[in-house]
Design a protein around this ligand. Sequence first.
Ligand code: HEM
Length: 506
Amino acid sequence: MAMGETFSSTIGSSEVKTTAAVFVMTLVAVKLATMVNKKRQNLPPGPCGLPLVGYLPFFGKQPPVTFHELRKTYGDVISISMGSWPAVVINGREAIKEALVTKGDDFSGRPAFTTAQLLNDGKNFGFSVFGPTWKMHRKIVSNVLYTFTNARNNPIEDIIRTEAHTVIEEFLAHGEKSFCPRDSMQLAASSLVFQLCYGAHQNIREDQSFVSAVNGGREFVEFTRAGNPVDVMPWLRFIVPHKVTKFVDLITQSVARRERKVEEHVAVYDENNLRDITDGLIHAGDHLTGEEKAVGLDKRRVVESLDTIYGAGSGTVASTLQWCIYVMAAYPDTQEKLFQQINEVVGQSREARLSDRADLPLVEATIYEILRFCGSVPFALPHATTCDTTLRGYDIPEGTVVLINLQSIYMEQDLWGDPEVFRPERFINSEGLLDRSLVEQASPFSLGRRRCVGEFLARMELFLFFTTLLQRVRFYKPAGCEYNFESTYGLTRDVQAFQVCAAPRG
Ligand code: HEM
């Protein structure tokens, strides 16, 4: 028995050695073939990665900084491999514009990552493939969003102000003690988009669907924070199946929540009184044109957009609002200038309004400078090429993953002169107004076909929320506390948990 064991383990180990040798030789052969092919195809240059995992282990804790360093060696367009996927990283305004605008049709796909496939069977329009179905789907969502943020009886102003006042009360309740504003801001940002989707609610924090959506969102963010390796190494799903089952669980729960909400809406739906985005999408789903149906759109798919809107609209705004508070405490002089402007235009006796925007250019300029300087959204969602194409003279084959490094624009020396300095006035033109052309160049909402569809909504939320906070509160650093702008990367770049103090104004 013992002999048999020894014999079989000897055979086993020599088999293992042979298999390992063949495996390594195959990998080397594939790598060499790829390198030769790369030369023949004139692919962009880039660093070597490891077999199977590619360059992933070298992304580091701050991927935009890693890519910034690589750009110095390899230029604006860099080849890397992400697990099983060939990928390029595009840096700098000019190269990004060429890809997303000049060659928009070629670069506006999305990679068929596992998570994208799992999100509504790949029908989530934020992750779906580029083509006529996505185009018409996006147009419908864009129209519904526009209608509900521009309606004459627009509930959005009230929703944003009410949320801002809830947060102000929470902050001031701490008195002179310091606190971490993270949970309050996450709740507020989620509540804004949730109420826009499903209707204004007096006690939203007590609504069970909302509470479970927020908790689900937190888990989702934690889960995706480090990226899901199964996305880029699909074979991993057989080794770590929980990575997929956990994700599927979170999606299933979110779909069940949305379906309950939609059923409640359908029960009292009145097409002459559309109350919120859900009603708007139900209406759009009932009135699809023949052309829209012909590309595969149906009411179910249109209504499912609620998940995309909530998902895309909560974390981005929460992260940016947290940076807003952090930066105000870090730069008290800027905070004072903003307060002076708000005090002159709005005063203390009335509420700030969206229509004050034109008279408060420094507030908007500061928001754009925070988006740039703090880079709360450092990358676009992953793009993919839809055909064989070229960029800056290099060949980019169909199906290549394309990482758009927006942070490289925020830090571009030629564009900003002093990108490492926080200076909101850079976004004010010689007439004292917001410099729209510079805002366009900064591109925090990306460019081209897949540019953020919620941009105008996000701008409204950020402006009114931030203005209301600054009108009523002064933020300051607790004594002896240093801010170092450290952050964590996930889908967004978030400021690490921090302490701040809040004093009442007026
Ligand atoms: C601070 C706020 C926000 C920022 C900085 C931001 C930024 C971005 C960026 C950079 C992208 C990727 C574009 C690309 O892949 O090229 C994006 C996509 C998207 N955003 Fe936003 N976003 C914000 C808020 C919102 C809000 C409030 C909504 C709600 C409607 C929203 C909905 C979306 C959707 C649906 C997409 C996918 C678009 C598509 O694939 O066609 N975003 N956003």
